[in-house]
Design a protein around this ligand. Sequence first.
Ligand code: ADP
Length: 472
Amino acid sequence: MEIIHISAECYPVAKAGGLGDVVGALPKYQNKLGHFAKVIMPMYLTKFLLDNKWELVHEGGQYIGSKWFHYSIIKEKTNKLGFDLFLVDINGLLDREKVYGYDDDTERFTAFQIAVCDWLGKWQHRPGVIHVHDHHAGMIPFMIKYCHAFYHLSETPTVLTIHNAEYQGQMSWDKNYYLPSYDSWKWGLLDWKGMNNPLASAVKCAWKVNTVSQSYMEELKQSANGLEDLFEYEKGKCIGILNGIDTEVWNPETDEYLVKKYSIENVEKGKRKNKKELCKQFDLDIEKPLIVFIGRLVKEKAADLLPDAISSSVYQHHGNCSFLVLGSGDPVVEAQLESLKHQLNGYVNTYIGYSEALSHVMYAGADFLLMPSRVEPCGLNQLYALRYGTSPIVRNTGGLRDTVIDYGDWEGFGIRFDQASVWDISYSAGRAIDLYYNKKEQFNTMRSYMMGIDHSWETSAKKYIEMYESLR
Ligand code: ADP
């Protein structure tokens, strides 16, 4: 089957979070199953663009409102990612260094979606399925069904994957003129509570919808940043499919970022060498349990609790643990963490920014990974941690609930808590410290066990294919 993934991110081309990881891996595993998956994304000015060779496959033009824009589609020549990768170049709009965060993001991603539909509409054949990811591609199911310019595609099955329903791409109705002309009585399919809402539109118009874990699907009916009723109403076509991880990229046996590669057989030694490196770099005590946080410093991840939770854990547990934080986001949290690192020098350190390399070393060198998330659609960090023998400390929510078993339960290997609160985090840090110092044997058994858990994409990729096939 020919599968067209449309996304704003794809690792290693451009990644801001889990969306990039998924779109960089799922198509590859679908191709391994004998399908023909391709990815279409915007052409940003990234290192990947400059380091690789491209061929021009199409040039076209369309209107966004009354403004004509020219676009080009370029294809990566060597198929090095394991799937055909197409980039959409729109001069002045998409060709920027960052993926998101510009004032004209609405215009950028609307133009991207128009260009994609225009190009797909010119193909001589129709793809088997058009698979859109998150709100940046969310108007496509509507556009191909109801915009006159794309009528050729109107019978093509569409699927939406929701990686994060907090972000919906809402725009006021005065931006409606951006869209190519459509059957005007269908405007309700774009609307949610008086705004044009691309994510809500995709939930209404896509033939099938999935979230990246089962629990998150259920939670969206209770809490979905305003879309709760919509998820309840559309539940018949919604399912949860847990993300996998790319075991070729995330493999401690072959990971080029690590000072010492390791497997289940030498996990203790391997992790210690990486921990030593990490502790040296960040001036932390290698003999103490090392708890790390990796991620966006935003409310969803409960990053606002980190400064208090970390200092409370260090004081309450008499300095018997160390913390290392890698992330960026809310400037207030960034500043608080930076000042904490001076206050608790030797116990706490931070790297404010984004570093793929450091994240790998942290998954390998840490003893515990903390994820107190308020919302976690799937969460990939805990899956990477498991693969690297690092025990996850997580809040009981979304994909974390589906993938982490508390060590107090049968075959458990992590630590779970219920409330996103300083108290719960600090209490859980205490349990981690106890495990590290007083239950060494159990801790080592847990490590080997968690590294053997299969979270590879093979199983999930099959579930996506089953979903597409149910649409035929
Ligand atoms: P989300 O998509 O909500 O940010 P996920 O857990 O699904 O969260 O995915 C996060 C991904 O981004 C992981 O691959 C994680 O390692 C990576 N990541 C997040 N912040 C950083 C950072 N500051 N440096 C390096 N990698 C990061």
